[in-house]
Structures are given as C-alpha cells and as structure tokens.
Design a protein around this ligand. Structure first.
Ligand code: F6P
Length: 325
C-alpha cells in the first residue's frame, strides 16, 4: 500500500488528535504517503482531502477535539453519496483508510467495503466506551475525569445545602461513564440503561439515607436511562416524596464531557490504537477495529464491534450500592 487516508467521524472524543498523530507518523515511518480527510464521510464526498506530513501533527497530542474535524454525514447513508466518496478517494490515489470513530463510523466503512472493496481499519474513538472489542475507547477516561471534576464541585454545594442532586452524564445507550463517575465520585446511586432501576428504588434509597442522617445525596443518571432524563426522573421523585424536606436539583453535564485535553491514559491508548490500526491496514487487515484487551493489541471484525453487546461489569454496579451505605 503506497497511500492511505485517515479521518475522524461521529462525536469527537479527547485523544482523537493523539490517534491521528500516531497514524500519520506511523505511515511516514513505514514509507507510506498519508492524507487527511476533513469532516469524516462528508469531507470524503466533498473531496476535502489533503496530504499530511510530520509537521501536520506537531503539537496536537495534548489537544482535545480533532484537527480533522468531525461530522455525522447523511449523504454517506445513500449509495449516491458513497459513490461520490469512492470517486474522490480513487481520484486521490487512496488505497486504504483508517477510520477513527464509533459504531456509525464502522457501519459506514463496512457498507463502503461491500460496495467498492476499499479496505478500512478502525480505531475506537468515542467517549461512550460502547464498542465491543476493546476494554476502553479513546476519550472515555478523559470524559469520566471531566465528569468527576464536576461531581466533586456539586458535592460541595450539595453538602452545604443538604440537597439531593441528580447529575446526568453522557453515554448514549451505554452506562459506562455513569458507573465509573458514580464510583469515582462516591455517588449514592447510579441509573444506567443496562439495568432498570425503578424510581421507587431511588426513593427508598434516599429515605434510608435520611434515616442514617445522610443530609445530601448524589445520584448519577446515564442519559439513556429507561426512566427518562435526569429532569424527568427528578419530577417523578418529587411526585413520590411528599416532603418539604426534599430539596432536589438536577444538573446535566452535557458536552463539557467531550472537550478538554486528553488524560495521560487517553493519549497513550490513542497512540497505541492509531499505530495499531495503521499497521493492521498495512499488513492486509480490513473491516476490523484495533482494540486493547488485557493490555494486548487485538483486531475485532466490524460486524462484531457493531453487533455484540459490551455488558457492564456487575461487580461495578454492586460496588456503587455497597460503598454508598
Ligand atoms: O457518542 C458520543 C456522544 O457524546 C453521546 O454520549 C451523546 O449521546 C451524543 O454523542 C451527543 O451527540 P451530539 O454531539 O450530536 O449532540
């Protein structure tokens, strides 16, 4: 392979830049020309493709976001859009792709390969950590740390005012950020999409806490929880606790979890996965995602990363309950 391209797609994640850097520097090390595609599949269709060199990725390992920008392309969902993207890539002499993104990114890459046979190797870039085939995804650790920083601050004010706080964290349909933030932030409870926690259980836990003279409580709510958003859950709790003593507030952390400098862990993970994806591609791998499982680099078929569930470790959920008593 003489020329490859790299792009980021879907929601950005801290560490994507470190990953791009590893792909670019790795390609140059192996004597392969490397191109960048801006705005993921949208830029592929538009032909926003440019050659990168070592300097293109200088001073970016510490930066959040993605220098290649990111997008969720509707046009790439159509066969006409994918045809345009293919023509652009062929026009630039691109023989293989490294895709940094999540589920949607890899689904697109798989369809693209089935239609045109252009090989892609993926690196898992999403704060949600919802991809089978890697213990952690790029950006997850930083997002958890950002959430923790916010939770620590909220805990201060919750304690001062004897309040209950519901804090909503991101994660789409997965509860990974929520569980780790709950453990690290010493939360009283966590609500995740993977395990239904009825509102009545939340109410009971809060009441038990009050009996034990707990004056403030923090409940972490994953955005995809079946009981609804943290705001909706807050209303339901208020309807069930008929007491003037209940002083409840809701904070939705939102996109601050996607920004900021990547943690040391994410920089190293992203570097390993970027180089791993690149070297996999050069070795003839296709339609696989590079991942790290038990500290070993592994490749998992896109079909599996997309299709197979990645269950939350029950021990972690149990731990939240035990440690909050
Ligand atoms: O997948 C990353 C993520 O931040 C999810 O946690 C969240 O549900 C979603 O993206 C938000 O997407 P957008 O930035 O398009 O609002």
């Amino acid at each position: 392979m003489k020329r490859i391209a790299v792009f980021t797609s879907g929601g950005d994640a801290p560490g994507m830049n470190a990953c791009i850097r590893a792909v670019v520097r790795g390609a140059l090390y192996h004597g392969v020309e490397v191109y960048g595609i801006r705005r993921g599949y949208s830029g592929m269709i538009a032909g926003d493709i440019f050659q990168m060199n070592s300097h293109s990725v200088s001073n970016i390992i510490q930066r959040g976001g993605t220098i290649l920008k990111s997008a969720r392309s509707k046009d790439f969902l159509t066969s006409e859009g994918r045809r345009k993207a293919y023509d652009q890539l062929i026009g630039h002499g691109i023989e293989g792709l490294v895709a940094i993104g999540g589920n949607g990114t890899f689904t697109g890459a798989l369809t693209f390969f089935e239609e045109f046979g252009l090989p892609t190797v993926g690196a898992p870039g999403t704060i949600d950590n919802d991809l089978y085939g890697t213990d952690y995804t790029i950006g997850f650790d930083t997002a958890v740390n950002t959430a923790l920083d916010a939770i620590d601050r909220i805990r201060d004010t919750a304690g001062s005012h004897d309040r209950v706080f519901l804090i909503e964290v991101m994660g789409r349909d997965a509860g990974y950020i929520a569980v780790q933030a709950a453990i690290g932030g010493g939360a009283e409870m966590v609500m995740v999409p993977e395990v239904l926690t009825p509102i009545s259980e939340v109410v009971d836990t809060l009441k038990e806490g009050w009996k034990r003279s707990k004056s403030s409580s923090i409940v972490i709510v994953a955005e995809g929880d079946d009981e609804g958003s943290a705001i909706q859950i807050g209303e339901k709790i208020k309807n069930l606790i008929d007491s003037e003593d209940l002083d409840l507030r809701v904070t939705t952390l939102g996109h601050i979890q996607r920004g900021g400098a990547p943690s040391a862990y994410d920089r190293i993970l992203a570097s390993r996965l970027g180089l791993g994806a690149l070297e996999g591609l050069l070795a003839g791998q296709k339609n696989v995602m590079a991942g790290i499982i038990n500290n070993e680099l592994v490749y998992t078929a896109f079909e599996d990363t997309i299709r197979l569930p990645k269950p939350i470790n029950d021990d972690l959920l149990r731990m939240v309950r035990i440690l909050s008593t």
